[in-house]
Design a protein around this ligand. Sequence first.
Ligand SMILES: Nc1ncnc2c1ncn2[C@@H]1O[C@H](COP(=O)(O)OP(=O)(O)O)[C@@H](O)[C@H]1O
Ligand SMILES: [Mg+2]
Length: 530
Amino acid sequence: MLVSLVFALSQQSPASGSVAWLPAYFGGLESSITKSMLVAVLICAIILRIILGFVNDIIASTVSHQISESIRHRLYAKILTIPFQRFQRYERSDLINVIATESYSVASAHTGLVRLGISLGTIIIFGAGMLVMAWPIAVLAVMFGVVHNLSLGLFAAAYRRLGAASLSALEELTHLSWTTLQTLKAVKSFGLEDDHKGIFETLSKTVGETWRRSDRMGAATSLLSETLTFGVILTIILSSQVLPVDFRAALSATILLYRLQPHIKQFDSQLLRLHEIEASLQNVLALIAEQDDARKTAGGEELRHLKQEIVFHDVSFFYEEARMPAVRHASFSIRAGETTALTGPSGSGKTTIINMLLDLIQPTEGRITIDGKDLSTIERSSWLRLLAVSGQDVELMDGSVLDNIRFRRDILEEDVRWAADMACATEFIENLPYGFDEWLGDEAIRLSGGQRQRIGLARALAGRPDILLLDEATSALDEETEGRVLSLLLREYDGRTLIVVSHRPSVARLMKNRIDLRPATTADGLLYGG
Ligand SMILES: Nc1ncnc2c1ncn2[C@@H]1O[C@H](COP(=O)(O)OP(=O)(O)O)[C@@H](O)[C@H]1O
Ligand SMILES: [Mg+2]
């Protein structure tokens, strides 16, 4: 309508009071419309359009950001709630990509769909206008629309392929960056800097190439749309003599068609963009569709203390897709208030047993009981409140020593310091330039293995757990320091439950009870000593 009005005004001589020659579709209106009314309508329409455009932008961006935010939250929550074993099967760098980058694809898809709807609505309104003005032209436009859609269909599959290729190239690039950061010391020690640089440049080129291809395809579809519109306009002009349409109406319809062209282009680009982000969307949806850990969501009976014993009843555990069980037919008991050593060669399933105790994984066969109650029927958080574990590898985070020991729990600074004393960590922490406030990167490269382990131990102790699990937690310490740590722990845990996994016979001997695991491959149905 705006087009027609502007068209009308531009053709009108300034002196004349009424618009006598409006296109035919306005019929008898012309005599009653004055030029000033027309100008007022035009100005109002333009202002309304500006306001509506502005409101639309604000609403669209708010909705889009809300969608992005909610998807990001759901993805992050999902990582925390999927079973630990499922999590281990994901590449960390892929997960970061999904949360940080690909989560936007859902908001993009939503924006795309909204724009698609708006463009479609505009196309329908313009089409109706054309139908009223000059139906033969509308018929021509519909024919053009069909050809146009068919040709777009040819592009759709290419866009989907391009989207998938671009995503996988980006994933490889992130993966390489991530592993380089994780293994930088090894890269430098083997003198592999140039090789890594070469691989990165190749991958980066591939990413750039997919983006360039996407731009080129965008330009090609835009050209296709322009060419088809031009083709249909040319057809109208050339056949205007033979078409049963009034010339002014034909002209207005043609202008309308021309005005419609950006909307068609927008429609095309949104449609193809949806095809392009399909791969990202699938990644996001696949992660969201992961089943939550049944144990995490299940309720159960609250447990306040371990009174008697933890018993493994003929427990076996198979990792997903593993051919051999990691633990086979294990039966033993761990008595409350006593110290127990869990020993066995590397790969015999000690860590797997600790993970089952932490309820990170559940037995494939058999069951674990706590004071006679099945672990699976106990409310998980009440069980975890009683336990703490410290392992061989300590997962340090970006933060100070204090942050790392406290680990986002509500723990008093004096308890942190007490735990550091117990772990014989204070002695080296106080030699750091900023002591407990010393900033450790997530890799804590300035700390030795033994120092990292002592921070991990302090972290486990700071919550003063009833049951302490040490999974080779002092393996990197020298024997003298290990001896000091263990004697402090034995004194502190006198009357409480301490489970220690260790290779060293000297450590195992310090514990009251001993459970010896043989490799699952050789011990068939063996009863473990208690
Ligand atoms: N996440 C996992 N996925 C598949 N197999 C695993 C996984 N973790 C450990 N295993 C396998 O299970 C067996 C027992 O491992 P683990 O419990 O770590 O032994 P230990 O702590 O006694 O050295 C090993 O053969 C190991 O390769
Ligand atoms: Mg282990």
